[in-house]
Design a protein around this ligand. Structure first.
Ligand code: SAH
Length: 398
């Protein structure tokens, strides 16, 4: 690696970094040079040049790198990454021992002391996500550590940063023996088709595992379920396995049709009684109102931002209106599962959207249960932004 760079933390941010805040941000640093070479080791010091922490430079969203250590003498070398990965893998031991789940996250960025990096496990296959050029510069250490510590069929990767204007190399194989995709993984006994050789989205979002299980085990039976922003229909499949009488999956993307059929098929479910609709959900809501369709359960899991032909959706600005649409087609006593992965607002604010939406539709509601990230998505209290997932089960009342 190149020469270290010393960055001076503004006085009012010193305690924040001392107490464990991991993200290197522009506003906290006096002498940040945005053109620093990616992967450069950074020493954070106070204005008296006293050491606070060390990390690496890597542009990722609005951040400029991550703290890796608070020990001045610790070298960021092969041993460092071995130790981090070993701890991360040990922490997931209950998952490795599970008999009915073999898809989970083994490294969750800053939650495991490795900001900018995630690694997921899919039944013997590992998928590394590199979120900056900076962390990618440490790839040899990290891949070596993974090879040393894990038994694997293959390792794949996704470079989630811009490489010469090209964003994602679809089939980015690293080591082992290439898989035949889809591979079929298990989540709480349910099959899921996963493609590690396509886009950044592999077919399932592992952070919703507990929510899917809850829908199957406690809510689905006998219900007519609408799953909006359904992607590959994972919520619909769990509802169907939980004996929902019907599911309707709505997603704008063409790919969602075949992918959803596939998720039903790999579970031996008959798709005859299930609808899969490729359409803008906002059009679908209008259609449902016009046709007086109502549902016992409506699942809302939009992206934080989405641009379709007609509209721009931002969870922070538009979630309240999305809820109002959902309320209008939910049966009295029905359940709305409201989910967001937006890190730009917290649970309190999310609940204020829920409050507002029910007020403006002159209806009452009851909050039934809440979810955040599952245990394999390890987080640290010093970085609440990292606890992005918020899911609320709401009973809609007249
Ligand atoms: N709920 C899914 C994940 C959703 S990912 C799951 O649990 O697996 C977000 C999805 O929203 C993408 O598949 C995208 O195609 C879809 N999407 C974005 N904007 C949309 C819109 N306006 N109408 C319908 N789908 C939309």
């Amino acid at each position: 690696m190149k020469k270290d760079v010393t960055l001076t933390v503004k006085a009012k941010y010193v305690n924040l970094y001392k107490s464990g805040y991991p993200l290197i941000s522009k506003e906290a640093i006096i002498n940040l040079n945005e053109d620093t070479k990616e992967g450069t080791i950074i020493r954070l010091v106070d204005e008296k040049n006293k050491f606070i922490a060390k990390g690496y430079f890597g542009k990722q969203n609005k951040g400029f790198g991550w703290v890796l250590s608070r020990n001045e003498n610790e070298q960021i070398d092969q041993r460092f990454f071995m130790n981090k990965l070993r701890d991360a893998i040990n922490y997931r031991e209950p998952f490795f021992n599970s008999l009915d789940t073999n898809a989970f996250r083994i490294v969750n960025g800053e939650g495991d002391g490795l900001g900018g990096l995630t690694i997921e496990y899919f039944d013997g296959y590992y998928l590394i996500n590199w979120y900056s050029k900076g962390i990618y510069r440490f790839r040899e250490y990290i891949i070596n550590a993974l090879k040393e510590l894990a038994e694997f069929k293959a390792i794949y990767q996704k470079k989630r940063f811009d490489v010469d204007g090209k964003y994602i190399e679809e089939d980015d194989f690293v080591a082992g023996e290439r898989g035949t995709f889809p591979i079929i993984v298990k989540e709480n006994g349910v099959n899921l088709a996963v493609y590690l050789n396509e886009s950044a989205m592999v077919g399932v979002f592992l952070d919703q595992r507990d929510v899917r299980k809850t829908i199957r085990d406690a809510y689905a039976e006998g219900k007519n379920v609408l799953n909006t922003f359904s992607y590959t229909g994972a919520f619909s499949v769990f509802a169907a396995v939980g004996d929902a009488v019907k599911t309707t999956s709505v997603d704008l993307a063409n790919r969602s049709l075949n992918k959803t059929i596939e998720q039903f098929r790999v579970n031996g479910l008959d798709i005859e009684s299930h609808d899969i609709i490729v359409e803008d959900v906002f059009n679908y809501f209008k259609y449902a109102v016009k046709k007086q369709l109502t549902f016992d359960m409506v699942i809302l899991d939009p992206p934080s931002f989405a641009r379709s032909k007609k509209i721009v959706f931002s969870a922070e600005k538009d979630y309240k209106n999305l809820l109002k649409e959902a309320i209008s087609i939910t049966e009295d006593g029905g359940i709305i599962v409201a989910s967001t992965n937006s890190s730009s607002f917290n649970m309190k604010k999310f609940k204020s959207f829920i409050d507002q939406a029910f007020k403006e539709t002159n209806r009452k509601f009851q909050l039934i249960e809440e979810f955040s990230l599952p245990n394999d998505f390890k987080t640290i209290k010093e970085f609440p932004e990292g606890i992005y997932l918020k899911v609320v089960f709401i009973k809609s009342l007249p």
